[in-house]
Design a protein around this ligand. Structure first.
Ligand code: PHE
Length: 341
């Protein structure tokens, strides 16, 4: 029996080193270490062996079992290491390959201009205020000195909602009343950026929605000179440091007097071109001294307070700056347009 154990050990180890793959290795395990393996039968047979031979036989059988187990273990590990090595060789990851480019988002051109405008006003000491897009008729018109049925309402084609007296704001000017009522009687310097809506025939020159930046300054000694100086200072910061401005008389119901500001055409520098329609000037905003009625509606005594207000359109200014000829490009979401900014 001892002899059989010796040859069994040799056979087993030889077979093990011949096992070429995982399957062969598992088959070997069943055969030499499994429940019906020969080694098991030898151990079972110990009971019938002569008493004095049992200890030596048992010891030897256990040695063979341990030898099989550790050899199996070693072989299995070697095989796993080989497999890993092979996969590292064949499935190599080349980290120097360029990755897939990720498309990079960007701010909408109107948003870029809007932020630039607001940043300049903030630098000049104006707080940024937000006012609602959905307004009452009172704030959008009446309190701004535009009574119902007044012909001046024709200036703003309005989107009315199904709720009587509720409209989409046609300009950011109603924000003036909101700020004044919140602040009275303290001095005010604010800008109000936001979307406005007009029931217009959409064309290259007019859209049904667009941004405005409203501005309002109210104090005890504000003059028309302050209006001109402040707006010119803004134009210098926004367009270029030596841009020229001019103010043309205009009419808005909520300002008196009113003026539109032009800047010298930054394309031809005043020498007349297609962008300025051969005038040398570009209109950039509407403005004026806050009308006494509007001051009163905001809670300021017009005998004591005065102020100026203005409104400018970031899309219009962006169009001038980049010579965009069709305002519809802004909200039609054509990436070929948007990706240029
Ligand atoms: N609200 C005016 C418009 O939409 C612009 C404006 C604002 C004019 C403030 C004067 C003062 O045309």
């Amino acid at each position: 029996m001892l002899g059989r154990l010796e040859s069994l050990e040799q056979e087993g180890l030889r077979d093990l080193s011949a096992a070429a793959d995982e399957d062969a290795l598992q088959a070997w395990k069943v055969r030499y270490l499994g429940r019906s393996a020969e080694l098991g039968r030898v151990l079972d047979g110990l009971r019938t062996a002569p008493k004095e031979e049992r200890p030596a036989l048992g010891k030897r059988a256990n040695q063979v079992k341990q030898a099989f187990e550790s050899a199996f273990e070693a072989r299995q590990q070697a095989m796993a290491a080989g497999r890993l090595e092979r996969s590292l060789q064949t499935e190599r990851l080349d980290v120097t390959l360029p990755g897939r480019p990720l498309a990079r988002g960007r701010l909408h051109p109107a948003t870029q201009t809007l932020r630039q405008i607001v940043a300049i006003w903030a630098e000049m000491g104006f707080q940024v205020y937000r006012s609602r897009d959905v307004e009452s008729d009172a704030f959008n018109f009446e309190l701004l000195n535009i009574p119902a049925h007044h012909p001046a309402r024709d200036m703003w084609d309005t989107f009315y909602t199904t709720t009587p007296g509720v409209v989409l704001r046609t300009h950011t000017s109603p924000g003036q009343i909101h700020v004044m009522r919140e602040r009275a009687p303290a001095p005010i310097r604010v800008v109000l950026p936001g979307m406005c809506y007009r029931y217009e025939q959409v064309s290259a020159r007019s859209e049904i929605q667009f941004n405005q930046v409203e501005g309002l300054a109210v104090g005890r000694h504000i003059t028309f000179g302050d209006l001109k100086g402040t707006l010119t200072a803004f134009a210098r910061r926004f367009f270029n440091p030596d841009v020229r401005t001019r103010f043309r008389a205009a009419h808005f119901p909520f300002t008196e007097p009113s003026a539109e500001m032009d800047v010298e055409c930054f394309v031809c520098r005043g020498s007349r071109c297609a962008v300025c329609k051969y005038t040398g000037w570009l209109e950039v905003l509407g403005s004026g001294m806050v009308h006494p009625t509007v001051l009163a509606n905001g809670g300021y005594d017009p005998a004591e307070f005065s102020g100026f207000a203005f409104g400018m359109g970031p899309e219009r200014i962006t169009m001038l700056k980049h010579r965009i000829e069709d305002i519809r490009a802004f909200w039609s979401n054509d990436l070929r347009f948007l990706e240029q900014f």
